[in-house]
Write a protein that binds this ligand. Sequence first.
Ligand code: ZN
Ligand code: ZN
Length: 266
Amino acid sequence: MSIPCDYHMHSRFSSDGQATIPEMCEAAIRAGLREICLTEHVDWIPWDKTRDFFNPAAYVPVALEYKNRYEGRLTIRVGLEISEPHLVSDQIKILLASWPIDFVLGSAHWIDQSGVYFTELYQVHSVDEIEREYFKRVLELVRDGEFDSLGHLDLVKRYRPIELGPFDAAPHREIIHEILRILVSRDKAFEVNTSPLRRGLDSTCPGLEVLKWYRDLGGEKLTIGSDAHNPEQIATGFDTALEMLRAAGFKRIVRFERRQPELIEV
Ligand SMILES: [Zn+2]
Ligand SMILES: [Zn+2]
């Protein structure tokens, strides 16, 4: 048994994706998946340079067309990865009321007006400070944002300078617990994002320890995503993700249709 659904990927409807939707679909079928969710970037915070790129009127009809064409071979869900949804809530409300969206990944990519991947950030602030500030932004997102699953909870680990050694969740236990408690009380899912494994890290976003905390707090809704930006990256690291799920005591993952969750055995 392996994980049958990849719930995080970007086609050319995202500013940083190049592949067409059918190229992503064919790769998903080759990887043995039964279902994918396209999660195109919605980067609408005013200081994001790519804020004008995403166009739902271009994306959604094309995604729906392929959803029909692939019926019986691959289930396609029409999703979004919304950056800082709590900071653009009025626009997001209109977006979600206007289009038949299956799934919303809510992701924090910014610390105020600096992207967490900006190398300048690391020249001005200590890594400890950047990590602490990032989790504060994630806390605000889960408290006030509109989303179905929280994307890459500890994204900062991907940008941690290698000489400092691997990211450790333990010093941030208190705030991560608060984040997880809110997810459980709002009945939101959270994501196991396998993209760090492609960058030579040995842990997903988040890692096993955080998964165990979530389970101890009563959480049961997990989505699994590769964060693929090209077809070759689809479902990468899913064997490791499944081992982690098992090690943390999870037997199910969650899938969505028109924003309604359904738990499935894996
Ligand atoms: Zn992201
Ligand atoms: Zn992404």
